[in-house]
Design a protein around this ligand. Structure first.
Ligand code: KG4
Ligand code: ZN
Length: 340
């Protein structure tokens, strides 16, 4: 049974996992033997965002321990896996290099093939970790701190991006608005919490017009929140944080829901997969589920541990490459940007 060791260090999570194919399932069903994630979020919170140099140094310090923990959890040694998969793009170059050098060293030392995985392809595979009977074709709404994309998964290894953000990613917009409201980093969970007690209709905010049906733009929405807070502060009023958070969240999640459903309809697809850190947002989850079900769509939103950065999703994507006989050479490099 093919078994993959996977490393993920593209941003601020150091992650290692062991994943194997499950032959008892009909479709492509990766079984997670171990998954360990060391988050750097508390270190970066002091700076209000991820500091690339700090992130790569932290990966260097943490990776050996995370690797050991993941192998121990799976009760395996590197000699017992078939290949080593690693995220090679996109992401922070210094951080990606730490994972890639680690993976190359393991592959070379143990004479195992190396498999480079695109980070976004990894996110797509979080769906297969969550629901073993999931099968392409499907549409994936990927919403994280760095990405807001609508990706058509035609088959394993065959993708087309139909929509993307023109400026801020959804998570980035959450983080920036949270900062304007004086909430901590990361801002998404804070806005989510404050919005629970707020009135989403109190402040009508702009949608962010884009001349493309599936692209998004959130910088105008963010600027509208800035103007609103400046206006209220100039009048000497205390900021109604809950109402602003609720109004902002309602607008942003409304746009994402509308675009995702329109895109699925355009392609005639019946499955929508939602992943990335922003998939944790309660309003986004309930809007997509509700509107999706009304349209007869199967909406798959994996548990949060698979939505945020982890190595099990990289292992699952690596496994699909392995099963197709696709491996990388040892001179594989990293790239900060790379289309899927
Ligand atoms: O996928 P992720 O963990 O990391 C990458 O960006 O790759 O996503 C992190 C983003 C952050 O911007 C964070 O504010 C946002 O996901 N986020 C949320 C929620 N939880 C995390 N945004 C909205 N609501 C949430 N509950
Ligand atoms: Zn990610």
């Amino acid at each position: 049974m093919p078994r993959i060791l996977a490393l993920e260090t593209s941003c601020d999570e150091t992650a290692v996992a062991v994943v194997e194919a499950d032959p008892t399932q009909k479709g492509f069903a990766p079984r997670v033997l171990s998954s360990v994630v060391a988050s750097q979020i508390e270190i970066h919170a002091a700076y209000g965002g991820v500091v690339p140099e700090v992130a790569s140094r932290q990966h260097v310090e943490t990776l050996p321990f995370v690797l050991e923990a993941a192998l121990q959890q799976a009760n395996l040694s590197v000699a017992e896996v078939d290949a080593v998969a690693v995220t090679c793009a996109p992401g922070l170059v210094g951080s990606l290099l730490v994972g890639l050098m680690g993976a190359k060293t393991l592959a070379w030392l143990h004479d195992k093939p190396l498999i480079g995985v695109h980070h976004l392809e990894g996110h797509l595979f979080s769906g297969f970790l969550a629901e073993p009977d999931l099968q392409p074709p499907c549409l994936c709404l990927l919403v994280s701190g760095g990405h807001t994309s609508l990706i058509w998964m035609k088959d394993y290894g065959e993708y087309e991006t139909l929509g993307r953000t023109r400026d801020d990613a959804a998570g980035e917009a959450f983080d920036k608005v949270a900062r304007l409201l004086g909430l901590g980093y990361p801002g998404g969970p804070q806005i989510d919490r404050w919005a629970q007690q707020g009135d989403p209709q109190r402040f009508p905010l702009p949608e962010g017009k884009v001349d493309h049906p599936f692209d998004t733009s959130f910088s105008g929405l963010k600027t509208a929140v800035l103007r609103l807070t400046q206006h209220l502060q100039a009048k000497g009023e205390a900021l109604p944080v809950a109402d602003i958070a609720a109004s902002f969240q309602a607008r942003l999640t409304g746009v994402l829901t509308e675009k995702a459903l329109a895109c699925a309809e355009h392609l005639g697809l019946s499955t929508l997969l939602v992943t990335g850190g922003v998939a944790a947002n309660r309003e986004l989850r309930s809007r997509l589920k509700e509107a999706g079900v009304a349209k007869g769509l199967r909406v798959v939103i994996p548990p949060l541990a698979w939505c945020t950065d982890n190595a099990a999703m990289i292992g699952a994507a690596g496994l699909s490459h392995w099963l197709r006989g696709e491996v990388s050479s040892l001179d594989l490099g990293v790239a900060s940007r790379l289309p899927l």
